[in-house]
Write a protein that binds this ligand. Structure first.
Ligand code: BES
Ligand code: MN
Length: 455
């Protein structure tokens, strides 16, 4: 059955009409510093959930703020017209901490436009994802040809600890035939992408102790190991000389279908002069489908205060990215075993888990993927989307895949390679954002045409 809906021309005009309001609401969201990390004021996450709920109510959805021991998520529903599919629209409203404020060229929570980009923490990741969903709903108004469930998570950037419980508790509400995850990136400015694999993640802390307390470095140094050197040597065992992860038992795959030109990756990452890439194999395999292991931080005496004393304990935060096909529990066990086995000089070592998320692979074939590709092609004026992997993680996807194996998962996004998500000066390309909003509206129309509900 074909459900009457807006034509492509009408949708183009409607998205155009809605964009100024969408932009204003995006700026409103960016002003709320909702960070789910421990130690941050979570009242902002509450306010941000409220603001999202208000936006969804404005789209004529039935809205609830829900939680399961963690930060608030927002669920908004509109039932499907008879015979039409239900589409779940996912994004997250929490953001990463801002890091070193001095590195920001403008206030992180005060959105400003420069050269066609909107700067601010969360302007791209992922408040623009929320607004792409809202833009599509506003464009359709009452003529929405599908049922929708909006699921806007509140702790994605902090590992989605309560997500599994939350999804289980709201299983019936979120059941859907298709899901659109607006939390990834496009291939380049002017070239859209469909994301078909994501890495998983295991974050943990490793602490080494060599001494009961700090002691004079002149009296004992040479015979007694300091904890910082010990930790550095332990960290040095995590990679081989080429920079491949040296932890035994991790999955590594070679799946890339596209290549990242070296100089492009170098420029996008801002690699300093003379620094080489690490690892081996194609660059896209290294960043999408092989493991990566990085040290995110170290607790040790700051250099400007460090006395001439041997450091008794030192702690590092490690982040292990898992290849598609790996398993987060098995990977954490492998990493822990490696750390315990390789710690030098008999130092005491303690590994503490922080958070994790499973990787995923999506078989991007079938009518819903055709519907998405056609929508992207139209929104980007005839440019076909590229199938990409991403090296980042979205724990929601694997959890959802397990619960609803039949659902088609369309991973879209508003980011481009210059968005600097998680770093200082995060920004959204406003021209690409307009295309992403149009693409989502066209996608919903195409999905309605492509198929009825699974039940
Ligand atoms: N939007 C990102 C995922 C992403 C990364 C998309 C790179 C496109 C390119 C997402 O919000 C994110 O950063 N997730 C966290 C999850 C983690 C805390 C479990 C990540 O990957 O660090
Ligand atoms: Mn995100």
């Amino acid at each position: 059955m074909t459900i009457p809906t807006l034509t492509e021309a009408e949708l183009r005009a409607a998205v155009e009409r809605e964009l100024p309001g969408v932009r204003a609401d995006l700026e409103r969201l960016v002003r709320i510093p909702g960070i789910a990390f421990d130690g941050f004021d979570h009242s902002h996450v509450e306010r941000s959930a409220e603001a999202v709920a208000e936006l969804l109510r404005g789209c004529n959805l039935d809205v609830r703020i829900v939680r399961s021991g963690g930060q608030p998520a927002v669920i908004g529903k509109r039932p499907a017209p008879p015979g039409a599919p239900t589409v779940l629209l996912y994004a997250h409203h929490d953001v990463q901490p801002v890091g070193d404020r001095a590195l920001w060229e403008s206030e992180p929570f005060e959105p400003v436009e420069r050269d066609g980009r909107l700067y601010g923490r969360g302007a791209a990741d992922d408040k623009a994802g929320i607004m792409a969903h809202v833009a599509a709903l506003r464009a359709f108004g009452d003529a929405l040809p599908v049922g929708v469930v909006l699921f806007i998570e509140g702790e994605e950037e902090y590992g989605s600890d309560s997500l599994e419980r939350l999804l289980a508790e709201h299983r019936d509400e979120i059941a859907s035939d298709v899901i659109v995850i607006a939390d990834s990136t496009n291939w380049d400015v002017g070239v859209p992408a469909l994301t078909t694999s994501l890495r998983g993640i295991v974050n943990c802390f490793v602490e080494v102790r060599t001494l009961g307390q700090a002691v004079h470095s002149g009296m004992f140094g040479g015979a007694v190991p300091d904890a910082l050197t010990t930790l550095a040597r332990l960290i040095a065992t995590l990679h081989d000389d080429a920079g491949n992860v040296a932890v035994a038992g991790l999955v590594a795959r070679e799946t890339a279908t596209v290549d990242y030109p070296e100089d492009r990756l170098r420029a996008e990452a801002g690699l300093a002069d003379g620094v080489s890439f690490i690892g081996s194999g194609r660059l896209t395999d290294r960043i999408w489908s092989k493991p990566a292991l990085d040290v995110l931080g170290i607790d040790a005496p700051p250099t400007n205060e460090a006395p001439n004393a041997l450091v008794p304990t030192a702690k590092a935060k490690l982040s292990l990215r898992l290849a598609p096909g790996d398993d987060r529990k098995r990977a954490y066990a492998a990493l822990t075993a490696h750390l315990e086995k390789n710690v030098p000089w008999g130092a005491q070592v303690t590994v503490t888990f922080e958070h994790d998320g499973d990787p995923c692979v999506i078989d991007a074939s079938g009518p819903m993927f055709d519907a998405a590709r056609a929508a992207f092609r139209s929104a980007w004026d005839g440019t076909d989307p590229v199938d990409i992997g991403i090296g980042g993680s979205i724990p929601f996807i694997a959890t959802f895949q397990e619960m609803f194996p039949q659902a088609a998962i369309l991973v879209t996004g508003v980011e481009d390679p210059h968005a600097r998500a998680h770093g200082p000066n995060e920004s959204l390309h406003l021209g690409e954002f307009a295309r992403a909003c149009l693409a989502e509206a066209l996608l919903l129309a195409n999905v309605a045409r492509a198929g009825g509900s699974a039940d």
